[in-house]
Write a protein that binds this ligand. Structure first.
Ligand code: HH2
Length: 338
């Protein structure tokens, strides 16, 4: 089929006969938006889609990390860095990082994302030995008591050390462009990988980012990265995708991606989004300090849930857990959600 197919996600209890469940989750759709570069979008009945496309949109995603994707999962952020944009320096000491990991686990995170290098705009690259030294002891400690650990890194050497210490997921904000050998690490250890869109190095990514069509460019980019990962030996059902909100994107770019987020379900992989405390929330709400952006972060997180996003990467786990636990029963359609 020509063009890009975006399911129009719904959560209303009045679900028409023949409606499809979106990715085996909590949304349904009976219409899709057809998108073509340089042309106005059109709307089509889902029943008119070829069966392979319909199957890719509706098929339940394979369970990973003990998660079956029938409700939104929360990935709690733990930055063992001196300079992250919203919590830099708070958990740079090992004991503080481990205590924070315990706190996030108790608050109900389904995954703990541990990073040792800030990727905020303008950040400098950290040598792999230093990055590994920041995260490995924390991962070893957390793997013993916490939920599955994700290593937030762009470097194959750090991913290798993190997996050896017990990390179960590799989260690469460069989508394996910075160090493609990271895919060999994932393939060799059979570790699932999250491929995020980022156009350039963090150092320069916010300097006048441009796209022909941000939504379709990011989609094509992720489709390419999935092909490379598969060619390296990472099975498609072990890949998560992420449009990379705030990475090389203006406010207009971020909004275009979030308003049509459901397009990314057409890649056939669980969808992860990182919105928490990001600068677009500050711009929209006029809130300058990242730590004060929790209400805006929750609004954005719930909008992503209504688009069927399977994983929310957040700093404020307890608040997000509470918001999601109210949202899920409100979206429940006909007893098919746990
Ligand atoms: N955002 C950040 C870092 N890692 N990973 C994924 N998959 N998606 C994201 O949106 C994402 C990410 C940036 O946030 P944070 O870790 O809090 O800050 P910093 O990069 O400054 O450490």
């Amino acid at each position: 089929m020509d063009g890009y197919v975006r399911p129009i996600a719904q959560t209303d209890p009045a679900r028409p006969d023949g409606a499809q469940v979106l990715a085996g989750g909590w949304c349904w759709f009976d219409r899709v938006e057809l998108l073509h570069r340089g042309e106005p979008p059109s709307v089509l009945a889902a029943s008119e889609l070829p069966s392979d496309i319909l199957d890719r949109l509706s098929r339940p995603r394979m369970p990973l990390l003990g998660l079956d994707w029938t409700r939104p999962a929360i990935m709690g952020v733990l930055n063992a860095t001196p300079d992250s944009f919203s919590d830099g320096g708070l958990y740079a000491a090992q004991a503080d990082a481990i205590a924070r990991a315990r706190e996030i686990s108790d608050e109900g995170a389904n995954i703990l994302d541990i990073g040792g290098e800030s990727t905020r705009p303008g950040a400098d690259t950290v040598p792999p030995e230093d990055e590994a030294a920041r995260v490995v002891p924390v991962i070893s400690a957390v793997a013993a008591f916490g939920p599955p650990v994700s290593i937030d890194t762009r470097k194959s050497a750090v991913a290798e050390a993190a997996v050896a210490a017990g990390a179960a997921l590799i989260n690469d904000v460069s989508g394996a462009r910075y160090d493609p050998a990271i895919l060999d690490v994932a393939a060799r250890h059979d570790a699932p990988v999250c491929l995020m869109h980022s156009p350039d190095d963090p150092k320069t990514m916010q300097q006048d980012p441009r796209y022909d069509d941000v939504l379709l460019d990011v989609y094509d980019h992720l489709a390419d990265r999935i092909r490379l990962a598969e060619a390296t030996g990472v099975a498609r059902h072990r890949i998560l995708v992420d449009p990379g909100i705030g990475f090389g994107k203006t406010l207009a770019h971020n909004l275009a991606l979030l308003r049509r987020l459901t397009l990314f379900h057409a890649l056939g992989c669980p969808l992860l989004v990182g919105l928490s405390r990001k600068s677009f929330i500050g711009t929209l709400s006029g809130v300058r300090r990242a730590v004060d952006r929790v209400p805006g972060s929750l609004a954005a997180a719930l909008a992503a849930v209504a688009s069927g996003a399977q994983v929310l990467r957040v700093h404020d786990v307890a608040a997000t857990r509470q918001a999601v636990s109210v949202m899920v029963p409100l979206m429940k359609t006909g007893g098919d959600l746990g």
